[in-house]
Design a protein around this ligand. Structure first.
Ligand code: ATP
Length: 453
């Protein structure tokens, strides 16, 4: 079987996401809202597994990080001080032929002539700055005084609450504040499925430290974050840490790395790890007139801490997980004939459903009753799916396609009808190797939980 091209591969992934309930277009029945996506029953589980694991390793398993959950509606003064009102924009160009709005970096050049990538038109406007923030009004008056913004990143609420969090958590430098939440950017051209959306989620850590240790923590966090992706099943060889060159870096940053993943549509950013110096806290201190200094009890010095920020996209990581997991291989059908199998080889930690549980036959009361007992046994520990319809092979295939790593089948041996020694044992099938082993029902919880956490 020949490998599908990358465009075909992407089309298959998008279609699987819809067909099996991972991701739907937002407002689909009304024609869709560009740049917005809804996660279905399986997508929401995958997304939660990712966010929960991030929170576990970035907050719960560390002594030096605490969490917070800031508001989405943001006071304009916050985003004026941070520089977003003035400068959070992309250069935009219009094609006069097909009327498309384009980001400057999307234009293509053919034989030295700049063209529209959609229609090939050469009649283009000059570039102008387009601010990516969504503006809204708070309260009844829709005038200048009531403007607020939907936050374009979660980071600013962390900086603005730095002093409050510092006081209540009584942390000493270095320490971090973590947040997961929605962010909004009015992207000129949302594209590549969920990769560039207008509404998305971020997982951000602001790690505060002394100025002299900024570069050290930048490299520390880069390594930690690369390890994170490996621990959720994305292999290092498909990740690239790109050092952002001086001319592309924000003026206040002393060093930034983009962690890129090889998507079917090219190597693209999953996460930015940036050493932002003391820029943000200093800006907010100046604009608010409130001290955001840290007091060092030992040296009796007051100073503004520096910050290193690993900022990851939830939706981009979910997409990378799905793209990386999508495989087509071969498996025998009911009659032993080889057929193409679509399988999501998701890391068990990320898989939306951990275990499929099937009675061999649906019309045998004893088999069904025993299977339901096993469902009840596993359900407090993991997400499970009971399925009694169709041949066992079909049921395996349905779980393979959504990435379920394990499947348990209850048969007559489980009931002790053929061999009393096999009573209360089930077959446990592994999604990737398709191998089956006989395991005791009593061992199931331990056996599976050790592999999914
Ligand atoms: P890009 O260059 O791709 O626009 P960025 O450098 O502006 O991204 P950051 O401001 O560093 O992105 O945001 C941190 C993370 O938030 C990104 O690495 C990405 O995972 C996520 N992110 C940013 N913009 C979007 C978007 N429009 N849709 C989905 N995720 C996004």
């Amino acid at each position: 079987m020949s490998e599908p091209t990358d465009t075909q591969r992407m089309e298959k992934i998008v279609s699987l996401c819809k067909r099996r309930g991972f991701i739907f277009q937002s407002s689909e029945i009304y024609g869709g809202l560009n740049g917005a996506w809804d996660y279905g029953p399986l997508g929401v589980e995958l997304k939660r597994n990712l966010k929960n694991y991030w929170w576990r390793v970035m907050v719960h398993e560390r002594d030096d990080v605490v969490g917070m959950d800031g508001s989405i509606l943001t006071h304009p003064a916050v985003l004026k001080a941070s520089g977003h009102v003035e400068g959070f924009s992309d250069p935009m160009i219009d094609c006069r032929t097909c009327k498309a709005h384009l980001r400057l970096d999307q234009l293509v050049e053919k034989k030295g002539v700049t063209q529209c990538p959609i229609c090939g038109g050469k009649d283009l406007t000059e570039a102008r700055q387009f601010n990516l923030m969504f503006e809204t009004h708070v309260g009844a008056a829709a005038d200048e005084s009531s403007i607020a913004y939907l936050r374009p990143e979660t980071a600013q609420s962390i900086f603005v609450q730095f002093k409050n969090v510092l006081e209540v958590s009584r942390k000493k430098l270095p320490f971090g504040i973590a947040q997961i939440g929605k962010a909004f950017r009015n992207e000129i051209n949302p594209r590549n499925f969920t990769f560039r959306s207008r509404e998305f989620e971020q997982m951000e850590l602001e790690y505060f430290c002394r100025a002299e240790e900024g570069m050290k923590w930048l490299h520390y966090w880069l390594e930690e974050r690369l390890r994170f992706y490996e621990n959720i099943g994305i292999p290092r060889e498909r990740l690239h840490a790109r050092e952002v060159p001086d001319e592309e870096r924000a003026f206040y940053s002393k060093g930034t790395y983009d962690i890129e993943y090889d998507f079917p549509f090219g190597g693209q950013e999953l996460e930015g790890v940036a050493y932002r110096t003391d820029y943000d806290l200093l800006q907010h201190q100046k604009a608010s007139g409130k001290s955001l200094e840290y007091f060092d009890e030992e040296t009796k010095q007051r100073f503004i801490p520096h910050v290193v920020e690993p900022s990851a996209g939830v939706d981009r990581t979910v997409l990378a997980l799905i793209c990386d997991a999508y495989k087509e291989d071969h498996a025998p059908d009911e009659k032993g004939k080889m057929e193409t199998r679509v399988v999501l080889r998701l890391h068990p930690r990320m898989a939306p459903i951990k275990c499929g549980i099937f009675p061999l036959l649906k019309n045998n009361e004893r088999l069904v009753a025993k299977t339901k007992e096993i469902v009840a046994l596993l359900r407090p520990h993991m997400t499970v799916f009971y399925d009694e319809s169709g041949a066992i092979g079909r049921r395996y295939r349905r779980q393979d396609e959504i990435g379920t790593p394990f499947a348990v089948t209850v048969d007559f041996e489980t009931l002790g009808e053929k061999d009393v020694a096999l009573r209360d044992t089930v077959t446990l099938r592994d999604r990737d190797s398709m191998k089956q082993e006989r395991v005791s029902v009593n061992d199931l919880v331990n056996n599976l939980t050790s592999r999914i956490t």
